[in-house]
Ligand binder design. Structure first.
Ligand SMILES: [Zn+2]
Length: 128
């Protein structure tokens, strides 16, 4: 191990890092490691958002398993995954769209948990 310096790109704080001697690190790598270990507000929030996104991916894989998901649902899954990633990186906290008779709503709470709501909007009407 060797001791090097990295700068958190969010707060500018310099951190002392222990890294492997066998691997070559660019300054960019070191700054990324510094940010991943930094406890400033922005770095902490981004770590939490990344974790929330990991949970969302798990949830989507459970709801739309590869072996039981048709092409249309695969597009919906990808849309939710991409949307969730963008929500994690921005201040967008909900999105919704419709496909056929289903309405999909994905939201990210203040506590950084994702919620997916799928509503069936099909209405049955009978007359006699
Ligand atoms: Zn920082």
């Amino acid at each position: 191990m060797k001791t090097v310096n990295g700068v958190c790109k969010y707060c500018g704080q310099m951190r002392i890092l222990q890294v492997s001697e066998d691997k070559a690190y660019t300054n960019e790598d070191l700054d990324r490691i510094a940010a991943s270990e930094c406890d400033c507000d922005v770095a902490t929030l981004l770590r939490k958002r990344n974790m929330a996104f990991g949970n969302l991916e798990g949830m989507l894989d459970e709801r739309f398993p590869d072996d039981a998901t048709d092409d249309k649902e695969k597009v919906i899954k990808e849309l939710l995954r991409t949307g969730g990633k963008l929500m994690g990186e921005t201040t967008i906290d909900s999105l919704s769209f419709a496909s056929g008779s289903k309405k999909y709503s994905l939201s990210l709470s203040q506590k950084l948990t994702f919620k997916l709501k799928i509503a069936n909007t099909e209405t049955e009407v009978q007359e006699a």
